[in-house]
Ligand binder design. Structure first.
Ligand code: PEP
Ligand code: MN
Length: 346
């Protein structure tokens, strides 16, 4: 149940309301969202209590909704969420962002070559992890702050925006000093301590789907961030674990279309983690765009065979160029605006 607090309610009224709620057994949450103050209660409040609130003119709308996604669902916001980052708009109607870069930041040279190539193609976002969540503790763990400094420098030189992973809330200030979008990785989608604390992040959050998470669990993870006060959430489908071992993960294309049904949040697709197979990146990217994704995140490396992380799923510069050509053609057919050329920028 959602109760919208009357716009006429004063600060003092809100205090009265909060005290009333504290005394109820329902533990409702008072949240600011989309310009409104709302009370969200998982259980429906007793009619007598709701009536009491109505009589006090503290509430001007009562919404009984049976889904659990009060903020990430469409109940309180039916129009798509659009997020401005630098000169770019995410979630624009018929828009499509491309984010490309290495899995891990390895060296200045690797980033410089990559940034030069992607900006030549008109891509506006560079990705690269400085803190890497590797399956094995013996694998390359990332360059840490040194890597963040490198990606910022190279991005500024080529006028690119930086997407990089935040693994630990302790590192929020450090990572935000160098990034434009904070990536929360698949392994951390269930890290509720981290999610709750993203309320104090100033940057948008790219929330990857947990590799074992249902769509419902994923939207509830987004709900944590929205409830904490950060309304700039972008979802990212990156494949799930299934019985099939011919791919690293099974890219859940249906989830992209489903999220569009359930949520106002923008959704990007990551076919690199989503398949683990370089040859599948183009078909899965095109399928993601056709399914309604708002953007594509893809791993690219100047020499994938030598990559320190995720080489087998990283594409070459030539493959990236062909991919953008294919996406350009598909976007015309779909009436989408591929933000690849400066004249198309908002
Ligand atoms: C990545 O983007 O390199 C990554 C580790 O992603 P995920 O968290 O989806 O595995
Ligand atoms: Mn990777």
């Amino acid at each position: 149940m959602i109760l919208r607090i009357a716009s006429s309610a004063s600060g003092n009224d809100e205090e009265i309301l909060i005290n009333k709620l504290k005394n109820s057994a329902y533990r409702p949450r008072l949240v600011s969202f989309n310009g409104n103050r709302v009370i969200i209660s998982q259980k429906d409040l007793p009619p007598s209590f709701v009536q009491e609130l109505r009589n006090s003119h503290l509430i001007d709308e009562v919404i009984v909704n049976n889904d659990e996604f009060a903020l990430s669902g469409k109940t309180l916001k039916s129009t798509p969420t659009q997020i401005e980052v630098g000169s770019q708009l995410i979630g624009a109607e018929n828009g499509f962002n491309i984010i490309a870069g290495p899995c891990a930041i390895e060296s200045k040279e690797q980033l410089e070559l990559t940034a030069a190539k992607i900006s030549e193609l008109g891509i506006k976002f560079i990705r690269g992890g400085a803190y890497k969540p590797r399956t094995s503790p013996y694998s390359f763990q990332g360059l840490g702050e040194k890597g963040l400094r490198m990606i910022r420098e190279v991005a500024d030189k080529h006028d690119l925006l930086v997407v990089t992973e935040l693994m630990d809330i302790e590192l929020l200030d450090e990572v935000e000093a160098y990034s434009d979008i904070l990536q929360i990785g698949s392994r951390n989608m269930h890290n509720y301590h981290l999610l709750k604390n993203l309320g104090r992040a100033t940057q948008p959050v790219l929330l990857k789907r947990g590799m074992n998470a249902t769509i419902k669990e994923w939207l509830l993870a987004a709900e944590y961030i929205l409830q904490a006060g950060n309304e700039k959430v972008i979802l990212c489908e990156r494949g799930i674990r299934t019985f099939d071992d011919s791919v690293r993960n099974t890219m859940d294309i249906a989830a992209i279309a489903m999220v569009k049904q359930l949520s106002h949040l923008p959704i990007w697709a990551d076919p690199s983690q989503g398949s683990g197979v370089r040859e599948l990146i183009t078909p899965l990217s095109m399928a993601s765009m056709a399914a309604g994704a708002d953007g594509l995140m893809v791993e690219v490396h100047p020499d994938p065979e030598k990559a320190l992380s995720d080489g087998p799923q990283s594409i070459t510069f030539d493959q990236l160029e062909k991919l953008t050509e294919n996406l350009q053609r598909l976007s015309s057919a779909l009436g989408k605006n591929l933000y690849l050329h400066p004249e198309n920028l908002v």
